[in-house]
Design a protein around this ligand. Structure first.
Ligand SMILES: O=C(O)CCC(=O)C(=O)O
Ligand SMILES: [Fe+2]
Length: 268
């Protein structure tokens, strides 16, 4: 497993070296973006939202289906939250961290945080146990959604805030460096979207500590590998927030559910 790549520290600006690495590889990893105490507060806030949604039997937020599953003890949990920034002041506050402005420069003019667009701030919660269904995610790019929706592929970056410290055997994000610079054909057909779970010889394993931040290009091929270990040690939480350029397309309570989201559960 290839886990050797440069980790950076985010400062006031993106350095030339960081920009070069990102443009070449389509991803970048910054250490210690948030403190361990903040990570803990974030997890606690997600549990509050989870409890509220379970009580309300909430199915969708702004048209985006909420993914429910079972924890190790069999209790109901939310495994994919969307638009979290609209659900709790802590998450709204997180989006106002001025350091995101520094990251916007990676994409170019017109860039903004997608707090009201796409799926807003997402939190994925994976756990590998006897009753779990959400333990991995097959190869995909995040940008394909735009094409499904009949739009041209707009520039998009996905910012990850990692809330769990991982070892390589815990699974997690795997990326294919450089695949953000590919033809439309490769974007569509390099692998079978979401069905292919096989490790690729050229994949790089992102191995974060809780509090680290990563960014990947919307055109980059990536997957989430299943943890080889089950139980508590397999628990993995990660937040994603898109950086978007192009047309502003906010979602609201009555936004329709996209066609591809209706069959999403068949392929994951
Ligand atoms: O959980 C991750 O790290 C990646 C998830 C992902 O690729 C996605 O939700 O599109
Ligand atoms: Fe993704």
């Amino acid at each position: 497993m290839n886990t050797s790549y440069t980790r950076f520290t985010l400062g006031e600006t993106i350095t030339d070296e960081q920009r070069y690495f990102f443009n070449k590889n389509g991803f970048i990893h910054f250490k210690n973006f948030i403190q361990p105490e903040t990570v803990n507060d974030i997890i606690q806030a997600s549990l509050k939202v989870q409890q509220h949604w379970i009580e309300q039997e909430k199915i969708k937020v702004n048209g985006i289906p909420i993914k429910y599953g079972k924890d190790l003890d069999g209790s109901a949990i939310v495994q994919r939250f969307a638009f979290l920034n609209q659900q709790h002041p802590l998450f709204a506050g997180l989006t106002h961290d001025p350091r995101f402005d520094t990251l916007l420069s990676l994409i170019g003019p017109g860039a903004r945080l997608g707090t009201e667009e796409k799926d807003g701030m997402v939190l994925n919660h994976y756990v590998n146990g006897p009753k779990s269904k959400f333990t991995q995610m097959g190869w995909h790019t995040d940008g394909l959604r735009d094409i499904f929706q009949g739009q041209k592929l707009n520039p998009m970056l996905n910012v990850g805030i990692h809330l769990s410290s991982l070892k390589p055997e815990n699974g997690g994000l795997r990326v294919l460096p450089g695949t953000h610079k590919q033809s439309l054909y490769q974007l569509l057909f390099r692998k079978k979207y979401f069905l292919d779970h096989k490790a690729d010889l050229k994949e790089v394993a992102i191995v974060p500590e809780a509090g680290d931040l990563t960014i990947h290009d919307g055109r980059l091929w990536h997957r989430v590998a299943q943890s080889a270990i089950s139980g508590e040690q397999s628990r993995r939480r990660v937040i994603y927030l898109p950086i978007i350029a192009g047309k502003y397309e906010p979602k609201h309570e009555n936004s329709p559910t996209a066609f591809y989201q209706r069959f999403a559960k068949l392929v994951k």
